[in-house]
Design a protein around this ligand. Sequence first.
Ligand SMILES: C[S@@+](CC[C@H](N)C(=O)[O-])C[C@H]1O[C@@H](n2cnc3c(N)ncnc32)[C@H](O)[C@@H]1O
Length: 260
Amino acid sequence: MDIKPQIAVLKDSTTTGTTAELIDLARRLNLPLINTPDPNFSHVLTFCEARLELHTLTTAKRSPLSVDFLSGPAYYRFIHDRRISQPLAKAVGIKRGYRPKVLDGTAGFGEDGFVLASLGCTVTMIERSPIIWALLADAVTRSMNNQAIGAIFNRNVTLKLADTIDYLSSSSNIHDTVFLDPMYPSLPKSSLNKQRMRTLRELVGDDHDGSELLNVALKGARKRVAVKRPIRAVTLDDRKPTFTIPAKSSRYDIYLIPYL
Ligand SMILES: C[S@@+](CC[C@H](N)C(=O)[O-])C[C@H]1O[C@@H](n2cnc3c(N)ncnc32)[C@H](O)[C@@H]1O
């Protein structure tokens, strides 16, 4: 049985954000503001060392969740892999001398979006979970002010809190590629066992509207839709992709618009 997470914004003596910042965050996310950890809440959002973190209160040994492009795997990948031959780049249609305008319709922690932006694509990231969006927005703001990667974010990244199904149905913005990476049903021993992914699943659950999302994406993309899937998972719906690009533990199903 899924238990809906109960989330509050915490302002206590260890919090580094100002009271005004935390009041504003609580108001924007429509969450209660508390000043001491409270057993009625499973998670709290708070500022630690100038970054927004989500702390899980119900599990003893879980590290706080935050998003960061300036350290950890995202930064490592940025430093060590700028190949336009990597599967993600090929999936969205990057070629020598060509960088598609991409709509990342399932932004999550923004890792895929950051790779595409650092390769020179303009990327509109869309996330519908307000908590994930807040963590990602905090990381995007910190990155914009950073010397090493600020230019990439200022030039190439836009982040929106929205449901991509609504956004694509009402927006007149044209994107060459719509990239989708919805949550898939949990598989035992999959990467979901990683703490971050476990917390993500607690917050957003499974994405049951993948077929509808693919439908609007196919209408909204100018050239292609690229869908990231676990290597052995079924396709997002009954439609057959035009072709598939294999990657290490995943694959990309590519739907070319002119050929559908
Ligand atoms: C598996 S994660 C994406 C991970 C992401 N590719 C990355 O590199 O960090 C899926 C995310 O898509 C979001 N999502 C799913 N369907 C969505 C929709 N229709 N509109 C906006 N966000 C959606 C979920 O809330 C979740 O945060």
